[in-house]
Design a protein around this ligand. Structure first.
Ligand SMILES: [Zn+2]
Length: 162
């Protein structure tokens, strides 16, 4: 089952937001086992550059684990292009997919925003790296364009693909 992780934010003088490095970006996700419904209360860190092969040998995944309760072997694969599509100024106020997860036996329940984002100004060539969106809002002054940049009301959600 494929789940799209979508974000929404209000951008001001910000041209785009994108993970600085799509391969090494850390996606902090909480999952629930679809077999028994057991919900884990810890965030798992998934990264495109970090794969492992499950005991079943069914190929590589970015998360492989056996549920402690029902014994099911569950896997998650981060799909191609995840982290490579920017959230643009034109997307401001709307949800846009940032990452897609192909989940077998698991369902994502929560996403934790963190650091690792690159933010580009809309009216200059100024770029801010390793921006953390953990506080749900971010402001900075762009000395080149002589204006303030802000990212407010950051929200995320998972949408199951039909
Ligand atoms: Zn389970």
């Amino acid at each position: 089952m494929i789940f799209d992780l979508q974000i929404r934010a209000q951008l001001e003088n910000v041209g785009q937001i994108i993970p600085s490095d799509a391969d090494d970006f850390e996606w902090n996700v909480m999952f629930k086992c679809s077999g028994c419904g057991e919900e884990r209360d810890t965030f798992r860190v998934l990264s495109l550059s970090d794969t492992s092969t499950g005991k079943s040998g069914k190929g590589e995944a970015h998360l492989v684990e056996t549920c402690h309760f029902c014994g099911r072997a569950n896997t998650v694969v981060i799909m191609e292009k995840s982290g490579a599509i920017p959230y643009l100024e034109a997307d401001s106020g709307s949800f846009k997919t940032l990452c897609s997860l192909d989940c077998r036996g698991l369902e994502p329940t929560k996403f934790k925003l963190g650091g690792g984002f690159r933010v580009s100004a809309s009216n200059s060539k100024t770029v801010f790296d390793d921006v953390a969106l953990a506080d749900e809002e971010w402001t900075e002054y762009d000395a080149t364009a002589k204006e303030s940049l802000s990212i407010m009301e950051v929200e995320s959600r998972f949408v199951k693909r039909k």
